[in-house]
Design a protein around this ligand. Structure first.
Ligand SMILES: Cc1ncc(COP(=O)(O)O)c(C=O)c1O
Length: 427
């Protein structure tokens, strides 16, 4: 029965019952972590054989005969460009292989725009204020980068097939200081949605007041499906092709990394973009470094030598993750369906489920869960400035805990979501 349809007396009884359940969880003194989208140990084990691929000096030469133990090659060795081109849905020639984190690559790309402008445009830092469109719910670390640089964030609703494009088009057409947009186009963090072709085309062709408007296309979950069957995998139209067709070939910067393919923090990141953008990035980065870790690039390229090898490896990840995502759906449905207090997403890939409770309950739910020993991502984290105006969105990150822990953590989560809703309805 929907909580709202209950009599005050029925709700009181339900509140008392949920409090009792909560107290029992609390007394168990648990310490469970569902806060960050990290791979679990079993997933990390999949890539551990990669560490022994370079055993001798002879192993350290790339396909072109270059000694990867030494300085050089700022934009990546050929086989790493090939691997990252698979992820970025692009040609190796358009790829710049970076270090261990796409977040650094994105941060630095924005820093270059601020300091130098783009392809001869006015440096963004020379405006009194520039802003970025931030589809919400979104990724907290994207917001942290903008906040650090003092770039104003403009939240726009992210629907089931991408950002509200009417609103995006309105914003970019009206003000040349609107300089960019964050996009996680496939299995978005946290909602797990994938952009429709129409949204991608509209992003590519929308008239922008800023000639140097940039789409930061963070395809972090590009090959991170939960099912091996192709018909149950989302596909996203390539923004590079869409921009070329729309006559805006320099508008996009695509990013990806192997953080959730091999090792977070010890993977390989890359950017793909137009020839002009690539040449500019290479020139500016040339003052910053001589080259990234080519031995790591080599290890990755040898470990995942073809698109098929990559797909097989990702299937192994999916086999580990699928039961966890299924459990989330089962537990939320069993515990919350029909109460009229929550909705949640059921993604085909990625690392998260996005949960919306009743307005005004997210912070309370997260605080209750913490009290009962379950750490969740902070309420509000999915919004710029950590300010969810309705206080209702929570990011569920089920990948890291073992299945048994996740089972318990979800029971606690459900109890806390019910308690928070009942408290709010009682007010
Ligand atoms: C959308 C998105 N982009 C980037 C990252 C971080 O990637 P990297 O480890 O390559 O910096 C994450 C990690 O959670 C993410 O969800």
């Amino acid at each position: 029965m929907r909580y709202e349809d209950m009599t005050a007396q029925q709700r009181e009884a339900e509140l008392a019952h949920q409090r009792q359940v909560f107290d029992e969880f609390k007394a168990a003194g648990l310490a469970l972590d569902m806060s960050r989208g990290k791979p679990c140990a079993e997933q990390l084990d999949l890539s551990t054989p990669m560490l022994s691929l370079l055993q001798s000096a002879e192993d350290c030469f790339d396909a072109a005969g270059l000694d990867c133990r030494n300085y050089g090659v700022i934009d990546g060795i050929p086989e790493a460009k090939q691997l990252m081109a698979h992820l970025l849905d692009d040609e190796p020639d358009n790829v710049f292989v970076f270090g261990n984190a796409s977040l650094t690559a994105m941060h630095d790309a924005i820093a270059r725009c601020l300091d130098y402008g783009c392809l001869g445009s006015r440096p963004w830092a020379s405006y009194d204020q520039v802003s970025f469109i931030c589809p919400v719910p979104g990724y907290d670390r994207h917001f942290a980068i903008l906040e650090q640089f003092g770039i104003k964030m403009l939240p726009v609703t992210l629907g089931p097939d991408g950002p509200d494009m009417d609103e995006v088009e309105r914003l970019v057409a009206s003000d040349e200081r609107v300089k960019g947009i964050w996009c996680v186009p496939k299995y978005s963090n946290p909602s797990g949605i994938t952009y429709s072709d129409e949204v991608v085309r509209r992003l590519a062709k929308m008239p922008c007041a800023a000639a140097d408007f940039r789409i930061f296309w963070d395809n972090a979950y590009c090959v991170h499906h939960l099912c091996a069957e192709v018909e149950r995998q989302d596909q996203v139209l390539d923004i590079g092709i869409a921009c070329q067709e729309a006559g805006t070939p320099d508008r996009y910067l695509k990013f990806a990394s192997t953080s959730k393919i091999t090792f977070p923090g010890a993977g390989v990141a890359a950017m793909a973009c137009s020839t002009a953008n690539l040449a500019e990035a290479k020139r500016l980065c040339g003052a910053q470094m001589i080259g990234h870790d080519k031995l790591n690039q080599l290890r990755h390229a040898r470990f995942l030598p073809t698109a098929d090898a990559l797909a097989e490896h990702m299937n192994r990840h999916a086999t580990i993750l699928r039961p966890k995502f299924q459990l989330v759906q089962e537990k939320l449905q069993a515990g919350l369906n029909g109460l009229g207090i929550a909705t949640w997403t059921d993604p085909h890939g990625g690392y998260f489920v996005s949960f919306d409770g009743l307005p005004g309950t997210a912070k309370r739910t997260v605080a209750l869960a913490r009290e009962a020993g379950v750490v969740l991502t902070g309420a509000g984290a999915t919004w710029p400035y950590a300010d969810d105006p309705q206080d209702r969105n929570i990011r569920i990150a089920p990948t890291m805990p073992p299945l048994e822990d996740l089972d318990l953590a979800l029971d606690i989560f459900v109890c806390c979501a019910r308690l928070a809703a009942l408290e709010t309805l009682a007010e």
